[in-house]
Ligand binder design. Structure first.
Ligand SMILES: [Zn+2]
Length: 475
């Protein structure tokens, strides 16, 4: 049995490692077992999973959106910002409680204000209830499923990850009967009137939070100019938010009346923004691109951050660790430097050494679940049985708060395997497969888990849910 788990884990690991070289955990991979097709963006096929996860980046985006959502009266709606693995600029809302933003938009926004403006505009769509029927239906679906649907692949796969008995799987089934183009048109494009309303709402939200609408104007202006040169419809952002010149000039007129038009971003926030962009560049861009953006002559902290990441992903691990230690020396209270150190050690095959910095990062972030999952992974990978119970406890706690991380369930399965608890190990493996969209494996493992749990026990019921879950498209 242990062998079976090891085989299963082994099957997971190569693909995980493939993503790992770019992504795992720093931008923790939410791996769907599909290759994203760039239908959304008509861009080069992105590598790795469709969603990117990273505590530092998500925290910054929360800090950007929170004041806007408050003045929009949406504070209590638990609205999430999800980052899509796509290098082009785009942002959109697909339902009433999620704002999607491509990492390309994070990279290309030079100031917090530019990105906040884009997020304020999306909030305008949310507040205005600009929801198509499909968007309303999607409210129950898991984030991965929506992204996979938009990417035009794995709709069946993704529907499977909607969770047993959630009803969302059925929506996936309904949605995939429509051609991809119809789905995208439904989800991603707005009426011109809705665009103008969202602009006006955004300016209102920015004024109410004493921020300038200049960044939003700058971004829209850029797309108006670019669309003069680009082939019609080539630009995803202008496609999802039609941007005729009159709309942009109306926005400019309105925005300039604001008392905050010339207000600059707080320098500390600008710094966090630049660190975020450096991180996204370091993880997502080719090494030569990173070094071109951040040449050795640039000794700023963001440049050093980007180079340290690129050097751990593509270069010499010893040099990477030395660079990360330099970052820690510069900012000893920055949890994400310890997270990076732990991740570099873990992926460099030194899980036991990764534990201490990851513990520190967890403590400094008050238990950020994505970092806890990384710590759980290090504890499991260290192969020290003294850590097994702790690993299980940490992983279960983290997955209770961040349920859409398949790799977390895989590590949990390995931890249970180390304990000889094969029922829980099978169940966790089934959950991992389910979240990756591998319905067949999920059902097989869940069926086996059922034979190991007492009938009717909580584990048996969970396994039974997975066995019984209707996969979209399934007769
Ligand atoms: Zn819009």
């Amino acid at each position: 049995m242990l062998k079976d788990i090891a085989v299963f884990a082994g099957r997971l690991c190569p693909s995980a490692r493939k993503h790992a070289s770019r992504l795992v955990a720093g931008l923790t991979a939410l791996a769907l077992a599909i290759t994203p097709v760039p239908a959304l963006a008509q861009a080069p096929t992105p590598k790795g999973p469709p969603l990117l996860r990273d505590t530092e980046t998500e925290q910054l985006l929360r800090d950007y959106t929170r004041p806007i959502l408050r003045v929009a009266g949406l504070e209590k709606q638990n609205i999430q910002v999800a980052i899509i693995n796509d290098p082009t600029f785009n942002a959109f809302v697909a339902d009433g409680h999620r704002i999607f933003v491509n990492y390309g938009a994070l990279l290309q926004s030079e100031t917090p204000n530019q990105l906040i403006g884009v997020l304020a505009h999306e909030t305008g769509h949310l507040a205005g209830g600009h929801l198509s029927k499909l968007r309303t239906q999607l409210a129950q679906a898991q984030t991965q499923m929506i992204v996979a649907m938009l990417l035009g692949v794995g709709a069946m796969v993704a529907g499977a990850s909607a969770g047993p008995n959630s009803g969302a799987a059925n929506i996936g089934a309904a949605a995939i009967t429509a051609p991809q183009e119809v789905i995208r048109r439904n989800l991603l494009s707005y009426q011109r009137q809705q665009e103008e309303n969202a602009d006006r709402a955004a300016v209102k939200f920015l004024n109410a939070t004493q921020q300038s609408a200049k960044g939003m104007y700058e971004t829209f202006q850029r797309f108006t100019n670019e669309s003069l040169f680009a082939a019609r419809g080539a630009d995803p952002y202008a496609q999802s938010h039609p941007m005729p010149a009159e709309r942009v000039s109306a926005l400019a007129e309105l925005a300039r009346t604001s008392a905050y038009w010339d207000k600059k971003d707080d320098p500390a926030l600008q710094m966090r923004h630049e660190m975020m962009r450096a991180k996204v560049s370091g993880f997502m861009e080719r090494a030569d691109t990173v070094y071109r953006r951040y040449p050795a002559s640039n000794t700023s902290l963001p440049a050093r951050y980007a180079r340290a990441i690129a050097s751990y992903l593509h270069g010499d691990p010893r040099s990477a660790l030395a660079q990360i230690d330099g970052l820690i020396q510069a900012q000893p209270n920055n949890p994400y430097f310890y997270e990076l150190r732990g991740q570099a050690l873990l992926e460099g095959g030194k899980p036991a050494e990764a534990i201490a910095p990851l513990r520190k990062a967890v403590a400094m972030t008050n238990g950020a679940p994505l970092i806890q999952i990384l710590l759980g992974q290090a504890l499991v990978a260290s192969n020290n049985k003294a850590y097994t119970d702790e690993a299980i406890q940490i992983l279960r706690g983290a997955l209770g708060r961040e349920g859409e991380v398949p790799l977390g369930f895989s590590h949990l399965a390995m931890a249970y395997g180390q304990k000889g608890n094969y029922a829980e190990a099978d169940l966790a493996s089934a959950q991992a497969a389910y979240l990756r969209g591998d319905a067949k494996t999920a059902r097989e493992l869940a069926a086996r888990a059922k034979t190991r749990f007492p009938v009717g026990s909580p584990g048996w019921v969970k396994a039974d849910d997975i066995v019984a879950a209707k996969m979209p498209g399934q007769k």
